[in-house]
Design a protein. Structure first.
Lengths: 327, 283
């Protein structure tokens, strides 16, 4: 009995080896191997990217350690590098952007996925896809010549007059600054929130809506009390994705943030973001330590977006699973 | 009871219009961008823009011919890096992939897609600019090429998966080996979609500025060969926009109009070619 099992096993293995060579001769194994190599290149490139960021920031990491993240002096002349003002600027502008973009984006996504007639919804969704394709330097160009003057001449004087008692709306008014950067970020990330949230909402099973409507709910009630809670995790995911984008957004922010590494409570004040300082100072950096500090900033940015993207993917996946798991 | 149903219906109507206003507000941003660019760029654009080199500060006129050629060269390099890896990687995921490794590849692709463009610039800088000790078209092309990969992989995989299983089975039943079935039946069936996906990927990197700032840098003159710094449209827009000269601003508007026109044209063509499939591929 045991010997027959061995014999059968041997024959099987022999068969498998022969099949392998057959497939090799017919080209299947070659094709498999070739495509595998290219697919592995993607992983290799990503690993290489992380490694290069890590390796080339060694100088700054060794010199400053964790203090790099908590020091607020940035003085290239005396080679004192602290990332805090940039982290502050990045976080504040992204938060501002989300504050405006989330209600707007989720509202529009609800309209497009649930309430609008399909033809209107399709046309509008296409326009929103186009918006997502507009290069960021063009957003920056427009913001410099339209948004900034508007803020300087109309919006910020008005805010100062009405809400000037709050620390956010005090101080000199240049037009460029944290508020301008936050607003342009909001405009840029709205399309992402809309298109992903809409997809997540559309993945909610139709039965959920029908059941709510059959119980006598209005369209809005079925949307707000049934569909949106069902898709909550996915919508949260779309917000995280948008946030990751906002953190890494470079050109438009660089053009309107004012480029001044200070930490202030006023939203009118010029600030600086991680991506903007890399964009502006990389080619001017003369010493190795300077370059290394800028690359370490890049590493910080990479890690931030990495965490947010990972969370977002998990959340979106969870919602889509939940949608398809329904009978 | 009547009062309650009136209340509920009016909440319904109010929220309907509120969310509608949100959608309209977002859409009107595009109308504004287009209108403003066409208005400002249209006045600034002329034949010189496409044929002449930039003039020195203080002289009016001139164009961005070198930046247009530079952008084309960068895109060619990007395609050389991004298309093979993206396309064949996508074929692997759709046709040959196992479970665990495919998951890993897909996850890394998403990760790569989320890498901020400025970080991609640093990567190309450390890979090419540092060893060569000077800025070059090559480095810019590499940065853009790596950025293309995730989009190309994802769209290739998606369009290959959309090919009906029966086509594969038919080819295999006729005695074709697996790779022959893929190469002669499945890929041709999905070809239009894959090509459009690659075009969209190119359109996306065409507007990228941040990865070029310290890789291909900028150049006031023609860039000969591949190892010299080169001008490109997005970087020119940035440089000209932040400069204090009115004439340069006009040129920036013209360049913005040309760039946006190309990007939108690619996206609209994709939409027309693919019909409604696009929305799923873009996400």
């Amino acid at each position: 009995m045991a010997s027959t099992a061995v014999a059968v096993g041997g024959a099987l293995r022999q068969g498998r080896v022969r099949a392998f060579f057959l497939r090799w001769r017919s080209g299947d194994e070659v094709a498999h191997l070739l495509t595998l190599i290219f697919a592995s290149t993607i992983i290799l490139l990503t690993v290489l990217l992380v490694f290069e960021l890590y390796r080339n920031s060694a100088l700054a990491r060794d010199k400053y350690g964790w203090q790099f993240l908590f020091t607020s002096t940035w003085d290239p002349v005396f080679e004192k590098f602290g990332a805090l003002p940039f982290i502050f600027g990045t976080v504040v502008t992204s938060a501002l952007g989300l504050l405006v973009a989330v209600p707007l984006g989720v509202g529009a996504a609800i309209f497009l996925a649930e309430l609008a007639p399909p033809r209107i919804s399709d046309a509008l969704s296409f326009v929103i896809e186009l918006l997502a394709a507009v290069p960021s330097v063009i957003y920056g160009l427009l913001a410099m010549f339209t948004l900034v003057p508007l803020l300087r001449n109309v919006v910020q004087p008005f805010l100062k007059k009405t809400l000037g008692f709050l620390p956010f709306f005090q101080g000199p008014n240049y037009g460029v600054g944290l508020l301008a950067a936050g607003l342009i970020l909001a405009i840029m990330i709205v399309p992402f929130i809309i298109s992903i949230s809409r997809e997540v909402l559309l993945a909610v099973p139709v039965e959920q809506r029908e059941a709510a409507l059959a119980l006598g709910a209005t369209r809005w009630e079925s949307t707000w009390k049934v569909v949106v809670p069902f898709a909550r995790a996915g919508i949260l995911g779309s917000i995280f994705l948008a946030m990751a984008r906002a953190l890494g957004e470079t050109m438009a922010v660089t053009m309107v943030i004012g480029n001044d590494p200070k930490i202030t409570s006023s939203l009118f004040a010029p600030g600086y973001s991680i991506a903007a300082v890399i964009a502006n100072e990389f080619t001017e950096a003369t010493s190795d330590l300077y370059i290394s500090a800028l690359i370490e900033l890049g590493l910080v940015l990479f890690i931030l977006t990495f965490i947010l993207n990972g969370l977002a993917r998990l959340l979106i996946l969870a919602t889509q699973r939940k949608g398809t798991a329904q009978p | 009871m009547n009062y309650r149903s009136v209340w509920r219906k009016s909440v319904n109507a109010v929220m309907f219009s509120l969310t509608g206003i949100c959608a309209l507000a977002v859409v009107s941003v595009l109308v504004f961008i287009l209108g403003y660019l066409v208005w400002n760029g249209g006045r600034a654009i002329n034949w010189d823009f496409f044929t002449k080199l930039p003039t020195p500060v203080g002289e009016t006129g001139g164009g961005m011919a070198n930046a247009i050629v530079g952008s084309a060269k960068l895109l060619l390099l990007a395609a050389l890096v991004g298309v093979p890896v993206g396309f064949i990687g996508g074929v692997y995921l759709a046709e040959f992939g196992g479970k665990t490794f495919s998951f890993l590849v897909r996850y890394t692709t998403d990760l790569l897609n989320g890498v901020p463009s400025i970080v991609m610039g640093i990567f190309a800088y450390t890979m090419i600019v540092l060893p060569l000790q000077h800025f070059s078209t090559l480095a810019g092309g590499l940065a853009l090429g790596v950025m293309m990969i995730p989009i190309a992989v994802r769209s290739t995989e998606e369009f290959l998966r959309a090919v009906p299983q029966s086509l594969r089975e038919g080819a295999l039943a006729l005695g074709a080996s697996r790779w022959k079935a893929v190469a002669t039946v499945v890929i041709p069936a999905a070809f239009r979609g894959i090509l459009t996906g690659i075009m969209l990927a190119l359109a996306r990197v065409a507007g990228e500025t941040a990865p070029l700032l310290f890789t291909s840098f900028n150049n006031r003159f023609w860039s000969h060969g591949w190892d010299q710094p080169t001008a490109s449209l997005p970087v020119m827009i940035f440089t000209y926009a932040i400069a204090p000269y009115d004439d340069w601003h006009r040129q920036a508007w013209a360049a913005g109009l040309v760039l946006l026109g190309l990007v939108l044209l690619a996206n609209i063509t994709a939409r027309v070619v693919l019909g409604r499939k696009l929305s799923s591929a873009a996400g």
